[in-house]
Write a protein that binds this ligand. Structure first.
Ligand code: PLP
Length: 363
């Protein structure tokens, strides 16, 4: 192909500050061993037959646009959660709903406060909107420092993100500390509680975010079908928020973004939640086995409330990731900080515990 000319098109200057999302790598094939992808916090179980049937049926109408109002899924969520349909807004994954949340609250230069390290999509969606990230370091236990986050709020703050359980480190915030935090946040600042991993939590102190949203007009709850519901590939998530916020969110959504396949799959998954919950419980049991195994080997891992575990390896994060890769395990290293491993098949846990044991013995 001939050399293409450089494009003179003027792009937004804010793009320079947008970090690239690093997706979890696919499992790398390795001769003679089963490879496991434990790098993206996906659900390792294949879709339930009932969900697959619903999607297959919906596929026959893919020449048509989906229902733009996402009416049936919204109605199903409304009933399930006990919130008015007018308080719901869906999107193509909760990451898209998050981008909508920033689009409806932030003018260029406005600030979004969140803990760091946290979900790597946060700095991307904030920068893309031309808003400014204010990252508040996690505490020594890899938990949100909500006092410091409250102190970081300024006149320019429009949004605060609370990721609970926190991806990638694992701990959830406690109800009492979240309530104390909210008492300090100005009423016109939106606080978004990102509960992508809610279904995996086991701590009694985990907040009832829906109850908190009911009492606080400036609180929104962000949820997804990607993790516990196992629909990561179909892209559907939602926010629960007070009417003015939810209405604005629907305005900011990509028209026809949530496909009919995704809507059908989400409804079928809500209907089949009892079956899905069995899998969630198995993953939680697997998580407990992994955490116990690691601690027995002497690893200091933070409380793990999601479907993943954080290994605070610091500068050894990348070499550890390579050691895992050499054994057919694709994990998610964050250079200089730590490694996140997704809880998946028991065989993946067994192999990971071998690698972590060898790693410790070799140091
Ligand atoms: C995975 C994840 C999401 C969900 O992303 P989707 O776009 O719904 O797939 C949201 N927040 C956090 C913290 C996550 O880890």
């Amino acid at each position: 192909m001939s050399q293409q000319p450089t494009s003179p098109v003027r792009l937004r200057s804010t793009l320079g500050g947008v970090p690239a999302y690093v997706p979890g790598k696919p499992a790398a094939p390795l001769e003679g061993v089963t490879a496991y992808k434990i790098s993206s916090n996906e659900n390792p179980y294949p879709p339930l037959p009932s969900v697959l049937d619903a999607v297959t049926e919906a596929a026959a109408s893919m020449n048509r646009y989906p229902d733009m109002g996402v009416t049936e899924l919204t109605a199903a969520l409304s009933e399930r959660l006990g919130v008015p349909a007018t308080h719901l807004a869906t999107g193509t994954g909760s990451v898209a709903v998050l981008a909508q949340l920033i689009a409806i609250t932030c003018d260029p230069g406005d600030e979004v406060v969140y803990a760091w390290r946290s979900f790597e999509a946060y700095p991307i969606v904030v920068a893309l909107a031309g808003a400014t990230s204010v990252q508040v370091p996690l505490d020594a236990d890899a938990r949100h420092d909500l006092d410091a986050m409250a102190a970081a709020i300024t006149d320019r703050t429009r949004l605060v993100l609370v990721c609970t359980p926190n991806n990638p480190t694992g701990p959830a915030v406690r109800e009492d500390e979240l309530r104390a935090f909210l008492a300090k946040v100005p009423q016109d600042v939106l606080v978004v509680v990102d509960e992508a991993y809610l279904e995996f939590t086991t701590e009694e102190t985990v907040p009832d975010a829906l109850a908190i949203y009911r009492q606080h007009p400036n609180v929104a709850v962000l949820r997804t079908f990607s993790k516990a519901y196992g629909l990561a590939g179909l892209r559907v998530g939602y926010a629960v928020a007070h009417e003015e916020v939810a209405t604005a969110l629907r305005k900011a959504a990509t028209p026809f973004g949530v496909t009919d396949l995704a809507q059908r799959a989400a409804i079928a998954s809500l209907d089949a939640y009892d079956e899905l919950e069995v899998r969630v419980k198995e993953l939680v049991a697997e998580r407990e086995r992994l955490v116990a195994g690691l601690r027995e080997q002497g690893w200091e891992v933070p409380d793990a409330q999601g479907n993943f575990v954080w290994l605070p390896l610091g500068d050894e994060a990348v070499p550890f990731g390579q050691a895992c890769q050499a054994r057919g395990l694709t994990v998610r290293p964050f250079a200089g900080d730590g490694v996140r491993v997704t809880v998946a098949e028991p065989e993946a846990t067994d192999r990971l515990l071998e690698v972590t044991q060898e790693w410790r013995s070799s140091r």
